[in-house]
Design a protein around this ligand. Structure first.
Ligand code: SF4
Ligand code: SF4
Length: 118
């Protein structure tokens, strides 16, 4: 579940607002978005993946928040971990972090087909 936006890192780009499938965030005029609907978070990590500033933290508990703070996260080394391990952006050419998202293609195709039928 989304737990925190680090105001010290957030550039206000609103990429997280756009990619979140359940509209958890509310834009706030160029500043860090608000986590307006935390209960709607489905722990998909899309916001972490698309955040270019590694300014978000999604905790591993899907059912409940995992309270934390900026200092703890900055010291933890966990920020940006999902984007890195997914081999995105500056990690794209690093063989340690292969982008495996193509493996989801069949799942997305099934979802698209089911959506078209309904
Ligand atoms: S983890 Fe997914 S559902 Fe939750 S806030 Fe991020 S993008 Fe939205
Ligand atoms: S994607 Fe990251 S930098 Fe952009 S608004 Fe969201 S938290 Fe801030």
């Amino acid at each position: 579940m989304i737990d925190l936006i680090l105001t010290s890192r957030c550039t206000g780009c609103n990429a997280c607002v756009i990619v979140c499938p359940t509209n958890v965030f509310e834009p706030r005029g160029g500043g860090p978005p608000a986590i307006a609907r935390q209960d709607a978070c489905q722990t998909c990590f899309m916001c972490e993946l698309y955040c270019p500033a590694d300014a978000l933290y999604v905790g591993p508990d899907c059912e409940a928040p995992s309270p934390t703070d900026e200092a703890t996260l900055l010291a933890s080394g966990r920020l940006g971990q999902y984007r890195r391990d997914s081999g995105w952006d500056e990690w794209a050419d690093d063989p340690r972090y292969a982008n495996q998202h193509w493996r989801m293609d069949a799942i997305f195709a099934r979802a698209r087909a089911a959506s078209a039928r309904s």
